[in-house]
Structures are given as C-alpha cells and as structure tokens.
Design a protein around this ligand. Structure first.
Ligand code: NDP
Length: 462
C-alpha cells in the first residue's frame, strides 16, 4: 500500500528495543494511539544479541569453576564436555520466548506493531519500507546502536562482531578479541572459561578504560588466571583467511592463527538513513541524536531515547528514558531521568560491580579523599584451591564522610552493587556503613567491616 494513511497516531516509535517498547506501552497506557516499527526482532539488542544471551553464556561458562570447586568439596565429577550447539539452541529458545513476551505486551497495551524499517519523512510523518506513510503527532527514535568495525584493516570482512558471535556454527577454539571495553572483557572471560584459547588485543595498556584502577588491575589478573593472553598497546594490521582459519598480523610484529576474530571496539548509534538530515534533527560528531534533558531533539515533535542518544548506553537507562518521555508527553507527569550515580556490572568471572566515582575522579574533584580497600580470597575458593581474589573498594569524601563511589570485583558483584547503589544514591556516609551490622559469613560483610583507612589523599589547592 502506498500513499498517506488515514490512520493518525499520537506516537510513532522507531525501534522495538528496551527504550522504544517501554515508551510505546506507557504512552498507550496514557491513552495515546501508538505505532511501533521494528525491522529485526522484537526486544532489541538487550534481548536478542546483548545482555540476555550474553548472561546465558556467562552462566554456561561458570560451570567450569563449579566442576573444579565440586571436586574440592568431595564430589567425584566425571568427565565433562561442553556442547556449543546445544547451548546456542537453548539460548535461542529463551530469547524467542522473551521476544514473544515483548510482542504480547505490546499487543495487550494496544500498540500497533509494524515489522518493517521506518524512516522519518517530515517532522510529523514516517515512511515505512513498504512505502506507506504514517502521520504522527510525535516521533520517538529508539533505534539503538550497532557494533563499530575498527580499526579499518585489510581482511576486516573476515571478522565478526557481538551480533554474530551468539550464533556461530562451531565453537571458536582459538579466539582473538579486539578491544578492551565491556563487550571485549565479557566475551574474553566467558570463552576462556568455556575452553577457548583467547587472545585479547587492545590499543591501551590495560582493559576497561574509565573503571577504577584496582578493578582494572584485579580483573586483568583474574582473566590471566582463566587463560586469557593479552596483547596490549597493539592492534591487528591484517586478517587473512587460510585453510579454514584466520591468520592475523599484529602491529607488534606477532602473527596469530585463530578460528575467529571478534571486533569489540565500541558501538555506533543507529542514525544512518533515518531521514534525520532531511528534517534537520541535530546529531553529534559520533552520529548520536542530540536531545535535551527531556529526550526531545531540536525538532519539537521528534524525540530520542536509549543508545541512539549515546548518553549512558545501558538497558535500564533506556527504559527509564522511555518511561519518563512517555509520562511527560502523554501522561502530564513532568520528571526527568537522573543520569547521575548509575550503577553497572561487567559480567566477567569474577564480575565487576561499580557505582559512583573512581578513586582517580574523586581525587580530581574533592579536596580530601579517603580510600578503604580489602582484597581477600573468597571462602568457597579457598577450600577448593582456586586462586580467585575478591577486591572491594569504597571511595569516601574525607571532609563530609559521604561515600562517593563503590567498586567490587568478585562473585555476584553485580548483585551486591545493585543494593549498595541505593545507599550511595541516598548519599550514605562511611559511618552509615560502619553502623550496619554484618551478615556472616558472606563476602558482602566486608563492605560494612572495613574500619581501617587504606589511604588518604589531600588535594593541595593554590
Ligand atoms: P566500550 O566503549 O566499552 O569499549 C570500546 C573498546 O574499543 C575500548 O577498549 C576502546 O579502546 C576500543 N576502541 C575504540 N575505538 C577503537 C579503534 N578505533 N581502534 C581500536 N580500538 C578501539 O565499547 P563496547 O563495544 O565494549 O560496549 C559498548 C557499550 O555497551 C558499553 O560502553 C556499555 O555502555 C554497553 N555494554 C554494557 C554491558 C554491561 O552493562 N555489562 C555489557 C556490554 C556492553 P580505548 O580504551 O583505548 O579507548
């Protein structure tokens, strides 16, 4: 069908991922007529090829340590092996189930779903791939982001990204991962635990730029124990396909033969060919849609939430942005998303959980900074003989005693930081932690029993 539809909608959402689906459902709940377009699978990156399938693979990978621990605790574990294709099938089943729930929830909310690509044609109209044009009072761009393929080298077409890795036809026994960020370390960790020989190649001198130094150093050490080999301060310069394997040349002169090269060098907002230029929606140098605090662009009828805005690229943030947008525009509820003090976790083994300022940032911004740090071997690993270490660090404003940041490297750090983030967000002080009774025996009890300051830094001002 071509031409102008007679069906006017109040909100047209481009992209049925975390942010878009939340905005669509909430707006519909406020009585708006909502249409949402998705060109791939309902659920977006998080459900289809991000957080959820990644966490399932992380669970799979952790059985390696469980088998090892079990032996230390008297179990006689027989021979174990891992079936990659069985795991891929189990993962597919689960994400299909979740995608179906997303679809059902949209239907229940009365949202009209169109499964095709949509582009902005005018400040109040959208053109679908079929040629159909929909007029809408408001347009929400929630098109997410896509892996950035860098560096640009000969043979890059032989490499894969996080989009492809979940559905490989065979397990990559030798895996090269390029990059040192969230995605790179998570896959390095889980594939090493699953038995792959992993080489992580990065331009920086260590993983996870921007994270607290103790977490970076501690995790690099743990990844090393898991068998990950690092090539730092270097990058691949060429990838050649030879006899079913990939021959990769590195800038440090080394040559490696691997089964797959995973590029994890960041993500780019999905703004290409969306029609933004034609209506004058402003984007930044990285291609992200520029928005104000209420997620509205420089064109009053066009808004954007989630990774496409490149603010904080995390699922719960996109969901909050979608909710706040729909509440504000269709529910008469003003209220902005607070992007400060957002906790996050890196799902390596062991995990990192982090909230607030790193020691380095606190020392830049505050006059007196107190550091409390603890490093210990978790009880479970001590008995089974594994070398794993847990690191906990609290960064405190030495003047007011307020906790500025908390960083945990250890088993279930993601779970711990979610709870500790409440205290940090409420501006708890170190004295509040000290006043809290410990739960024994746990790892988390260390957070409320660190009495002795590890270091105090005083910023000499002119
Ligand atoms: P990140 O921004 O975390 O890391 C990108 C990595 O690629 C860095 O190591 C960076 O190096 C390197 N890099 C960037 N550009 C180049 C280049 N041109 N050549 C070589 N190396 C380069 O991106 P990710 O792709 O890992 O993840 C994207 C986002 O997704 C994250 O920032 C996070 O917001 C989200 N995410 C969150 C997860 C979670 O919450 N657990 C899990 C996965 C993703 P350098 O350090 O030198 O700049």
């Amino acid at each position: 069908m071509t031409g102008v539809s007679s069906f006017p909608v109040d909100l047209f959402v481009i992209g049925a991922g975390s942010g878009g689906v939340r905005a669509a459902r909430i707006a519909a709940g406020h009585g708006a007529r909502v249409m949402i377009a998705e060109e791939f699978r309902i659920g977006g990156t998080c459900v289809i090829r991000g957080c959820v399938p990644k966490k399932l693979l992380v669970y799979a990978s952790r059985f390696a340590d469980d088998f090892c621990d079990a032996r230390g605790y008297g179990w006689n574990v027989g021979e174990t092996s891992f079936d990659w294709l069985a795991m891929v099938a189990a993962k597919e089943k689960e994400i299909s189930r979740l995608s179906a729930i997303y679809r059902e929830n949209l239907e229940k909310a009365g949202v009209d779903l169109v499964e095709e690509r949509a582009e902005i044609a005018a400040p109040r109209s959208v053109r679908l791939a079929s040629g159909r044009v929909i007029n809408a009072k408001h347009i929400l761009i929630a098109s997410g982001a896509t892996p950035e393929l860098a560096p640009s080298i000969p043979g890059l077409e032989h490499a894969i990204t996080s989009n492809e890795i979940f559905d490989l036809k065979s397990f990559p026994k030798r895996l090269m991962i390029v990059g040192g960020g969230y995605i790179a370390v998570e896959f390095a960790s889980l594939f090493a635990k699953l038995g792959a020989k992993v080489t992580q190649v990065m331009r920086a001198s260590n993983i996870l730029r921007g994270f607290d130094e103790d977490m970076r150093v501690g995790l690099a050490e743990e990844l090393g124990h898991s068998g990950v080999t690092f090539a730092t301060g270097c990058l691949p310069t060429r990838i050649e396909k030879r006899a079913g394997a990939l021959d990769v040349a590195l800038s440090n002169g080394d040559n490696l033969v691997v089964d797959q090269v995973l590029i994890a060098t960041g993500r780019r907002p999905n703004t290409a060919k969306l029609g933004l230029e034609s209506v004058g929606v402003a984007t930044d140098a990285h291609g992200a849609v520029k928005v104000d605090d209420g997620s509205t662009t420089n064109v009053a009828t066009i808004h954007a939430v989630g990774d496409v805005t490149n603010r904080i690229n995390l699922t719960p943030v996109a969901i909050r942005e979608g909710q706040a947008f729909a509440d504000r525009v269709f529910g008469g509820k003003p209220g902005l998303v607070d992007h400060d003090c957002v906790p996050s976790a890196v799902f390596t083994t062991p995990e990192i959980g982090t909230v607030g300022l790193t020691e380095a940032l606190a020392r830049e911004r505050y006059q007196v900074v107190d550091i409390y740090r603890s490093r210990f071997r978790p009880l479970k690993a001590a008995v089974s003989g594994r070398s794993e270490r847990t690191v906990m660090k609290i960064v405190v404003d030495g003047t007011s005693d307020q906790i500025l940041g908390a960083h945990i490297l250890g088993h279930e750090a993601g779970e711990m930081i979610q709870l500790l983030a409440i205290a940090v967000k409420m501006k708890a002080t170190k004295a509040d932690l000290d006043a809290t009774m410990a739960v024994h025996p746990t790892a988390a009890e260390e957070l409320v029993t660190m009495r002795t300051r590890t270091a105090r830094f005083i910023h000499e001002r002119d």
